[in-house]
Design a protein around this ligand. Structure first.
Ligand code: SF4
Length: 447
């Protein structure tokens, strides 16, 4: 690799936090004179950033890293790196098992990337002595002073805390991303101000367990309030909330501030208290339902979404029926339903699986069918309503139509308008098909 070869390409798999981490990596490398390119054939450094939460994402990403090896044959000196919690999870085995991979860096060690790349730049063609594995887990790293290199747009994600202390039995996150740590509220607000100056109108505050944010002087509702007070920012969203940390103060804060979007993603995982206990979720079915009542009392038009795992070890037909009845009782606007698969290092990995793959798939399909009907019903309830959307751009199906989102995150398509992205407009909802609402323009509301 010659001294001037400083173009990097990143491919990201997995959750939103991982996508944000790719922006952090791009920010770190950009500061050191590296340039991001968006086609692998143009790059000197190929990075694959993946999470470990689901086995499928891991397998796909490592397969992709192997495939990218073709660029090393075409252009000697090209380097391939694997990033993300997969590195924490699989350790140096990534380098042992994947000969195309030159270095592997875990999520708390991204500041070391320029050093690793420098070593590679100085090394000759196939010098494997510079293969590197870096894992400085639990360093308390928050990348608080790194400004992420985002693709310019209307919306931006900001990680306000990292890690998780909850140790849900099935989840690998606390094992690969370390303990919870929060960025100072003042720094988050400073970043939001900078984003507003750059034309961003919507920010999403991110954390694995965002509502347990605590910088020592501010809790999460305090932070939300401060962010919502910033001029230029029209909408504030947040994800993901843990039911046990969802306070009345948080719900009231959302209700009291027009800019804070009335959308709460509140993973329930199971409707059976018995399974929730084995999952170590720290709430019962009844406590979850009380949270839902609290939310709907203060936020009548809330968009309430959830995550569910089917086929957890020991899940009986009765447990499954309880999850199904919870879906019907709550009537979520949307649900991400997954079938259980064991992850290494987690406590559930030691539990004996009691369902076949076929049984898990059948339960998954049954719940998806139930939820589909509920989502359609919830969407139809919006017909006739007048509400504001933030215009995001042309609709995916027709470039002539515009699309935007309601504050509760539902998509609305408007026919044949010349609306500019970034505008807040008032619409009347006229129809609903599948997961999409259709509306007509009623009025403009300029910021
Ligand atoms: S709260 Fe549970 S599911 Fe969420 S990241 Fe933490 S351990 Fe994983």
């Amino acid at each position: 690799m010659t001294a001037d070869r400083k173009k990097f390409y990143i491919e990201t798999y997995g959750c939103q936090m991982n996508k944000y981490d790719s922006e952090i990596v791009a920010g770190i490398l950009g500061k050191e004179g590296y340039t991001q390119v968006f086609r692998p054939e143009e790059a000197d450094i190929l990075l694959v950033n993946t999470c470990s939460v689901r086995e499928h994402a891991e397998t796909r990403a490592l397969g992709r890293a192997d495939n990218l090896g073709v660029f090393k044959h075409k252009t000697p000196g090209v380097r391939i790196g694997v990033l993300g919690c997969i590195v924490q999870n699989r350790g140096e085995k990534i380098l042992e098992d994947h000969s195309a991979v030159d270095f592997a860096v875990a999520p708390d060690s991204y500041r070391q990337l320029p050093k690793i790349l420098n070593n590679h730049r100085e090394a000759s063609g196939d010098d494997f002595s510079v293969r590197a594995f870096l894992d400085e887990s639990d360093s308390g790293e928050t990348y608080d002073d790194v400004y992420p290199a985002r693709v310019k747009g209307l919306s931006a994600w900001i990680a306000v805390m990292r890690g998780c202390d909850n140790f849900c039995a099935y989840c690998i996150v606390p094992h690969v991303r370390g303990r919870e740590r929060s960025r100072p509220a003042a720094h988050v607000v400073e970043e939001v101000r900078k984003l507003a100056d750059e034309g961003v109108v919507e920010v999403t505050l991110l954390g694995q367990n965002v509502n347990s944010y605590d910088d020592g002087t501010h809790d999460f509702p305090d932070l939300l309030e401060k962010v919502a007070e910033q001029n230029g920012i029209g909408r504030v969203r947040f994800a993901t909330s843990h039911p046990k940390d969802l306070s009345e103060k948080l719900v009231r804060t959302v209700a009291d501030h027009e800019k804070i979007c009335s959308h709460i993603h509140l993973p329930v995982q199971s409707g059976s208290t018995r399974i929730l206990r084995v999952m170590n979720r720290a709430y019962t079915r009844e406590a979850y339902l009380e949270r839902v009542d609290l939310i709907r009392k203060h936020l009548p038009n809330v968009g309430l979404t959830t995550d569910i795992i089917v086929g957890f070890p020991g899940e009986t037909q009765s447990d499954f029926e309880q999850t199904k009845s919870l879906l019907r009782e709550v009537e979520f606007d949307g649900a991400f339903i997954f079938k259980y698969s064991p992850r290494p290092h987690t406590s559930a990995a030691g539990l004996k699986e009691t369902l076949t793959e076929g049984e898990k798939i059948a339960r998954l399909q049954e719940l998806n069918a139930v939820q589909k009907t509920i989502t359609q019903k919830r969407n139809q309830m919006h017909i006739g309503r007048t509400a504001q959307i933030l215009v995001e751009g042309p609709s995916k199906k027709s470039l002539k139509d515009a699309m935007g989102r309601l504050e509760n995150n539902k998509i609305v398509v408007l026919p044949d308008t010349k609306l500019q992205p970034g505008k807040f407009v008032t619409v009347k909802i006229t129809d609903s098909k599948g997961i999409t609402l259709f509306g007509e323009l009623v009025d403009f509301k300029f910021q």
